[in-house]
Design a protein around this ligand. Sequence first.
Ligand code: NAP
Length: 275
Amino acid sequence: MDKVALVTGCSSGIGFETALALAREGYHTYASMRDTKKGAKIQEMAKKENLPISVIPLDVDKPESIESAIKQIMSEKKRIDVLVNNAGYGLFGCLEDLTIQELRAQFETNFFAVVNLIQKVSPIMRSQKSGNIVNISSVAGKIGFPGSPAYISSKFAIEGLSECLRYELSPFGVNTIIIEPGVIKTNFFGSMAMPKNTKPDSPYKDITNTVVAGVKMMAEMGTHPKEVADVIVKALKEKNPLPRYPVGNDAIMFLEAKKMKTDIEFENYLKKELF
Ligand SMILES: NC(=O)c1ccc[n+]([C@@H]2O[C@H](COP(=O)([O-])OP(=O)(O)OC[C@H]3O[C@@H](n4cnc5c(N)ncnc54)[C@H](OP(=O)(O)O)[C@@H]3O)[C@@H](O)[C@H]2O)c1
C-alpha cells in the first residue's frame, strides 16, 4: 500500500523541496499549488528521478478547492498519511498601518486555511488510526518583534493550535509536528505583502523599513529550504516525533536565548541583536 502525503504551497521554496524529499522517501506525494502552471519544474524533476509526485490544484483560501483536492486523493489512494501545511505568506508593516482586512487575509491563508485542511484530513487519519500533521510555523511563532505583527500573530496561532492538537489527536494515533524555520532563502521575502494604505506621515515608516531591509539582508544568507525538508523527513521517521523542530542556526540561537532568559532580558537582547 502506498504511503500518501499532501503538501500545500509546492510551487517554490519549502513546499517544493518537501514534496521532492517525501517522494524520494517513497511517499506518493500530492504536490499541491494554487497555480498548477508553476508545477512544470517539480514535474520535470519527478520525471527525471522517477518520483511518485502528482501536481494538483489547491488554493488554501478556497474551501471548495480544499474539498476537491482531498476528494481526488481519497478516490485515487484512499488514505492520507502526511499533511504538510506549508502554504503561506508574510504581511509586513506595523499594526496601525494595517487594515483589519489585510490582517484577516493574513489569518485566512496562514491560520484558517490550516484549520480547514486539518478538519478535513484528521477524520481520515483517525479512521486509519495513524497519520502525521506537519505545521510550518516559524521562529516568528515563538518570538515577537516589530514590523510584522500580522504574520507573527498568525504563526503564534499555529503554535497554539498545534499544541492543542497534540493532545486531541494523539489518542487516535495522529501526531502533530511543528516546524520552526529561521530565515530560509526562498521566494518568501520577494513576495511579502506590504500595507496598501500606509499614510505618507506614518510614524512607523522607519521601523518597518528597517525590519524589511534587515530580513531581506538575512535572507541572502538564509538556510536552504532543502534543510527544512530534511528535518521534516527526519521527524516523520521518529517513532514519537517531538512537538517542535527548529531549523537553521539562527532559529536555534534565538529560540535557545528565549528559553534561557527572562522576558525582559530577552527583549533587551533582541533589541541589541536586531536593531
Ligand atoms: N522563508 C522563510 O524565511 C520562512 C521562515 C519561517 C517560516 N516560513 C514559512 O514557510 C512556508 C513556506 O514559505 P517559503 O519560505 O517556502 O516561501 P515561498 O517560496 O514564497 O512559498 C510559499 C508558497 O505558499 C504558496 N501560497 C501562498 N498563498 C497560497 C494560497 N492561498 N493557496 C495555496 N498556496 C499558497 C505560494 O504559492 P504561489 O507561488 O502561488 O504564491 C508558494 O507556493 C510559509 O508558511 C512561511 O510562512 C518561511
